[in-house]
Design a protein around this ligand. Structure first.
Ligand code: AMP
Length: 332
């Protein structure tokens, strides 16, 4: 989707990945290499003007070796991909995560349970996504099973938040520090995976301004260039920071049809040093629904539905839990 937005502005994209994936279908060129192969990454970077990334489960050091060509910087990546650094960074800027503790090994888990309490969620420090690398503890008796379930840490233990709603702040920040913040969507997850994102989201309105201000402080403190996303829980505990992503986000997919400038186009504009586009809505309401696993089989009915915009990612195998596409329903 970043590549499609870049092509629309007349740019050619060159994909670097270890395997061939859907992005290759729309790319001008692609290079195959491991994400930590510095020589291969340098050879690739020599052929392009700007390097960006669309997921954060890659090591930051090899990306840092590419220097200023990489936007957002390797620092944004290094902080956002590590739950300990991420939460500490956001706390320093006045954000409020759920009560949490670092869990370096199995012995530290018992101390963390005593401090954080139960129910709680044990999360791997790095490389978790879509609810993977997480285990819930209803009581201290679940400690062994949770530790095994996440594959022996390192991890963090986080208090379970009894939230009313979840939402995210998706913003784009340009090379000149200009920030454009999209209307915040309410997000509903099923089994740890995003199901729907909808705007406008009146239910989250009491917490929106505080969350947007925090997201802008985080973007400025990182000197972030590109799209940045912060996720929140909200309810009786206020706006509780969950996590951030230094990239375009699934909860921003509705912007393709629902906003004057999509998150993908604004990401491209930002990393290329171009002025950002308007983030105003083009619709009165937009709702994005992920098509997970077999959901994508409904494609024919979705094509026939008025106001529905179908996106299929061209992934060959529909495994359970795999995001195969999404549909955005627009009300004008
Ligand atoms: P994450 O990958 O950390 O965003 O977690 C995926 C989803 O699991 C979240 O969007 C929530 O729906 C749920 N979740 C994660 N952490 C917590 C928590 N501390 N309390 C309650 N629900 C959580």
């Amino acid at each position: 989707m970043i590549g499609v937005a870049a092509a629309q502005l007349g740019y050619r994209i060159h994909v670097y990945a270890p395997d061939s994936g859907p992005a290759n279908d729309i790319a001008f060129a692609h290079s195959r290499g491991a994400y930590d192969d510095i020589a291969a990454l340098r050879a690739f970077a020599a052929q392009v003007d700007v390097v960006t990334y669309e997921f954060e489960n890659i090591a930051a050091a090899p990306i840092e070796a590419l220097g200023d060509k990489v936007r957002p910087s390797a620092r944004s990546l290094a902080i956002a991909q590590d739950r300990v650094r991420e939460k500490s960074f956001v706390e320093q800027l006045g954000g409020r995560p759920a009560r949490w503790a670092k869990v370096a090994d199995r012995a530290a888990l018992d101390a963390a349970i005593a401090g954080v309490g139960c129910p709680a969620v044990l999360k791997t420090t790095r490389f978790g996504y879509d609810g993977k690398g997480q285990a819930r503890l209803l009581s201290p008796a679940d400690a062994d099973a949770a530790w095994r379930a996440i594959g022996d840490g390192p991890a963090i233990l986080e208090a379970f938040v009894d939230f009313d709603h979840e939402f995210s702040v998706v913003l784009a920040r340009g090379t000149d520090g200009t920030v454009a913040t999209y209307p915040a969507p309410e997000n509903v997850h099923k089994a740890g995976i995003l199901d729907t994102s909808s705007v406008p989201a009146p239910a989250i309105e009491p917490w929106r301004a505080e969350a947007e201000a925090l997201a802008a402080r985080v973007a400025d403190a990182l000197d972030h260039v590109g799209v940045l996303t912060l996720e929140f829980f909200c309810g009786a505990d206020g706006a509780v920071f969950n996590e951030m992503a230094p990239r375009v986000h699934n909860s921003g997919h509705w912007t393709i049809e629902g906003s004057e400038t999509s998150q993908f186009e604004n990401h491209v504009r930002a990393v290329l040093g171009l002025p950002l586009g308007s983030v105003a809505m083009t619709a009165t309401r937009a709702e994005m629904t992920n098509l997970i696993g077999d959901d994508a089989d409904q494609w024919e009915a979705l094509l026939a539905e008025s106001g529905a915009h179908l996106h299929l990612y061209g992934k060959h195998e529909a495994r359970p839990g795999r995001k195969m596409g999404h549909v955005t329903r627009i009300e004008r």
